[in-house]
Design a protein around this ligand. Sequence first.
Ligand code: F0G
Length: 361
Amino acid sequence: EAHDRSGVWRFRELLPDVALDAITTMREGDVPLFDAPHGAAYAGVDRLAYLHLGANPTASFKDAGMTVAISHARERGARVAVCASTGNTAASMAAYAARAGITAVVIAPVDGISASKVAQTLDYGAHVVAVVGDFDDALRAVRALDPAVAAVVNSVNPYRIEGQKTAALVLLEQRAWRAPDWVILPGGNLGNTSALGKGFREAQTIGLTARTPHLGVVQAAGAAPFARAWRDGADLVPVRAQTDATAIRIGAPASWKKARAEVRASGGTVLDVEDAAIADARAVIGRDGVGCEPASAASLAGLRRLVAEGAVAADADIVCVLTGHVLKDTAYATRYHESGARYANTIVRGTEIATYLHALI
Ligand code: F0G
């Protein structure tokens, strides 16, 4: 059966009940864990691994949650699914809704989201509505909708969280159920932090793993209300968010309370990093032959800071979660390489290629 080949649904004893004939799956969830020598050297640790959630069908971690949210919506006969999105939720919803025969409507901030993600979403046949404002404005508009009219599939939908928690199981399974010391991930709306924390705790409760990892949540400095609240030991105060890592340009994260409970329970921490640090970390992840979109690289940039500050030991066992594929924001990557200082493009005539290669090796 198709659901037995899904890295989400093969854990369905741990998921809410959904009728088998409503399950809409694209073999999501079973993603690779890669060793990361360049990343380790950059962060100043002995060894490091990347959990590459960009290896999902629509190239981001959203698919593990979306298969559950859309299957549930289909089971109860929803005809329209809607989300606010900085691009990845949009693409994932659009693909799964297309396969489920549900109309998809995306509410996207009018500027500052990756053109690659918009194109992908349109390819899957979704309606894309641009709202004046940012992600927070878009999510506010979506949450005000009558749920009888459309299924809201943002991570405020608990089925999304249930699906995304299976990433914790997929990670542990590949390590013979030994938890790492730290799992470091980017934080935006904070659904994924909530989901992974829940996944690790449940794995421990049912005896799959002896302990849970510390969660390290990393925000972009211009979109860091959770990092500030953590530092101040205070409730979250929304901000107007700005960062080139557009996926996590979020100033009023919906799931901050759940995420705070998970980070606390894990003995973890929350921090922020500048956009320039994210850009450099992203290039390093590329050098490991993996690559990711900007928001994902906040994990490695954050790890580097935690090690420099002594919060994470150099000999710790660490996994950085990469949330989206390198091709999710090609304009960003192009800008980075065109800025020139780091890796120049070389243009040669065909007849000069042999000479060029000789000079390289
Ligand atoms: N990384 C990527 C690539 C994302 O797309 C997102 C969120 C995050 C990290 C943060 O995850 O919100 O669960 O804390 N993207 C959402 C979207 C907001 O609309 O695609 P989070």
